[in-house]
Design a protein around this ligand. Structure first.
Ligand SMILES: Nc1ncnc2c1ncn2[C@@H]1O[C@H](COP(=O)(O)OP(=O)(O)OP(=O)(O)O)[C@@H](O)[C@H]1O
Length: 456
C-alpha cells in the first residue's frame, strides 16, 4: 500500500514529538491521528482502521524500561495480530528495539529521527503487507506445535562432511530401539538431532518429550519424571503422570544428563533397568515403552573416572554415541547456516537483506563460536534486524566473545581506543549519530553496534 493512501496513528506522551511527526506525515499520508494517552489505544485500534501505528516505547518520562511500550504493543497485537506497529525508541535503546521486533513490531525508528529515514521506514512497512500476516501465521503455527507437544519439523542444515556423517548415522540408528547418547558443546544442535532421530524412527507419530535435567530441582525430580498420586505430598492435589509416562510409545529426551547427582543417577538407572516407573506415593509399577535419548555437553568419560557419573548408567544410556562437532570445526556449515538464517529472518522481519558479503563469511569462519549454532543464529537475527542494506557486511555482525582470537601484539587495547574515539566523536557532534558516524568513517548501523557493545 502507498503512503499517500495510508491512515496513520501516532502515540507518544511527548507533545513535541507528536506535533513534529504529524507535521511531517500529514504532507505524505492520507490521514494522521495523534494521541498522548496510551489508555485510548484499545478503542482507537478497534475503531480507527489504521494502516500503521507509530508507538512510543517509554511513556513515563523517567522510567526507561520500555516495559509500557511492550505492554501496549501486546495489546495492539491482541486486538489485531496483523497490525503494523513501528516503535519509537530512544537513542541507545537498540536492545529494546530488537526485542520489540521479536515481539511483533514491524520496525523501529530512533528519536530524534531523520525525516527521510522515517518516511522510508514507514513506506517499507506499508509495502510488506502479506509477509507480516504470513509471519504471524507461522509464529502461531509454531506456538500451536509447542502446545501440542509435537516435535517441530525443524530443518537440519548439514553441508560439512562431519555433519553429514552424523546425520547418516543418526538416520541409520533411528529405526532401531537402541538408547542413544548425544555429545556436543552447548548450542551444537543436540536437541535438534534428538528430534531428527525421533522423526526418522518408527515412533515418529508418538510423543517426543524433552526434559532439561539441569532445570529440575532435586526435590522435584521424581515427581516430574515418574509422576505422583494425589496426597503423595502437600502440593499433590491430584494424580499426575510423569514425563516418562507422557512419552508413552515415543521418545524421551533427557538433556544435560551429566548434571544429575549420584542419588538421582541411581533412581534413573533403576527405571531404565526395570523399564518400569512407579509414581511417587504409589506402589504400582507402570510398564514403560519409550526410546531413551540422552545428551550432555560434559566430558562424561572423565566424570566416570572421577566417580561423579556412574559407569553402569553410562553403559545403559550410550548403546550408540553420536558426537556433534563444534561449529568452529565445520566452516562449510557456518556459511550454510548463516545463509539459512538470513533468509528465514529476512522473511520473518520483512527486511531487504538477501546476501552475505565474502568478507563477512571470512570473519565468521575465523571466529570461534563458543555458543555454536545458537550464537550464530542470534547474531544473524540481530544483523538482519539492524541492517539497512541488501548485503550484510562484516560490521553488521556483532560477535560477543573474542575468546580464541589472536591477542593484539602491540600491548594497546584496541577496544579501549575505539571506545574513546567514539565518545569523543559523539561529544563533538552533541550525540548526532549521522555526523559522528561520518567523522569515524562508519555506517550508522556500525556505529550503533559499537555504542551498544561499549554500553554508550
Ligand atoms: N543443523 C542445524 N541446522 C539448523 N539449525 C540448527 C541446527 N542445529 C541446531 N540448530 C538450531 O540451533 C539452536 C540450538 O540447537 P539445540 O537447542 O538443538 O542445541 P543444543 O546442543 O541442544 O543446546 P544446549 O546444549 O544448550 O541444550 C536451535 O535454535 C536449533 O534449531
Amino acid at each position: 500500500m502507498l503512503l499517500s493512501e495510508a491512515k496513520i496513528l501516532i502515540i507518544d506522551d511527548d507533545v513535541d514529538v507528536l506535533s513534529a511527526a504529524k507535521l511531517l506525515l500529514k504532507r505524505h499520508a492520507k490521514a494522521v491521528d495523534i494521541e498522548k494517552n496510551p489508555q485510548k489505544l484499545p478503542f482507537l485500534v478497534t475503531n480507527g482502521d489504521y494502516n500503521l501505528i507509530l508507538l512510543d516505547m517509554n511513556f513515563t518520562r523517567d522510567v526507561n524500561s520500555g516495559r509500557e511500550g511492550f505492554h501496549w504493543l501486546d495489546r495492539i497485537l491482541d486486538i489485531n495480530p496483523a497490525a503494523k506497529v513501528i516503535m519509537i525508541t530512544a537513542y541507545g535503546d537498540i536492545e529494546m528495539a530488537i526485542r520489540a521486533i521479536k515481539a511483533g513490531a514491524i520496525d523501529f525508528v530512533l528519536k530524534p529521527w531523520e525525516n527521510d529515514k522515517l518516511l522510508a521506514t514507514i513506506a517499507t512497512a506499508l509495502e510488506g503487507g502479506k509477509d507480516k500476516v504470513v509471519a504471524v501465521a507461522e509464529e502461531k503455527a509454531k506456538d500451536d506445535d509447542k502446545k501440542n507437544n509435537k516435535a517441530a519439523s525443524d530443518t537440519i542444515v548439514a553441508t560439512s562432511d562431519s555433519m553429514r556423517q552424523v546425520l547418516l548415522t543418526t538416520e541409520r540408528v533411528a529405526s532401531t530401539d537402541a538408547n542413544v547418547l548425544i555429545l556436543g558443546e552447548n548450542g551444537t544442535g543436540k536437541t535438534q538431532l534428538a528430534k531428527h532421530l525421533h522423526q526418522h524412527s518408527k515412533r515418529a507419530d508418538k510423543p517426543f518429550v524433552a526434559v532439561d535435567l539441569g532445570a529440575i530441582s532435586e526435590t522435584l525430580f521424581e515427581s516430574e519424571l515418574f509422576g505422583h498420586v494425589k496426597g503423595a505430598f502437600t502440593d499433590a492435589k491430584e494424580d499426575r503422570a510423569g514425563r516418562f509416562e507422557e512419552a508413552k510409545g515415543g521418545t524421551i529426551f533427557l538433556d544435560e544428563i551429566g548434571n544429575l547427582t549420584l542419588p538421582l543417577q541411581a533412581k534413573l538407572l533403576t527405571v531404565i533397568q526395570e523399564r518400569k516407573v512407579t509414581r511417587v506415593g504409589s506402589n504400582k509399577p507402570i510398564a514403560l515403552d519409550v526410546r531413551l535419548v540422552c545428551a550432555t555437553n560434559m566430558n562424561i568419560e572423565k566424570m566416570v573416572t572421577e566417580k561423579t557419573f556412574r559407569q553402569d548408567l553410562l553403559y545403559r544410556i550410550n548403546t550408540i554415541e553420536l558426537e556433534l562437532p563444534p561449529l568452529r570445526d565445520r566452516p562449510e556449515d557456518i556459511s550454510a547456516l548463516a545463509e539459512y538464517y538470513l533468509k528465514q529472518y529476512a522473511k520473518k522481519y520483512n527486511r531487504p537483506v538477501n546476501d552475505i558479503s565474502n568478507a563477512l563469511v571470512k570473519k565468521m569462519q575465523q571466529y570461534n563460536w563458543p555458543g555454536n549454532i545458537r550464537e550464530l543464529q542470534h547474531a544473524v537475527e540481530r544483523a538482519v534486524i539492524l541492517s539497512q542494506e541488501k548485503t550484510l557486511q562484516p560490521d553488521d555482525l556483532f560477535l560477543k566473545s573474542s575468546a580464541g582470537q589472536p591477542a593484539t601484539a602491540t600491548g594497546f587495547d584496541l577496544e579501549d581506543m575505539e571506545k574513546t574515539m567514539i565518545i569523543k566523536a559523539l561529544k563533538r557532534f552533541n550525540g548526532n549519530i549521522t555526523d559522528a558516524a561520518r567523522e569515524l568513517g562508519l555506517s550508522r548501523a556500525a556505529l550503533y553496534r559499537r555504542m551498544e557493545k561499549y554500553g554508550l
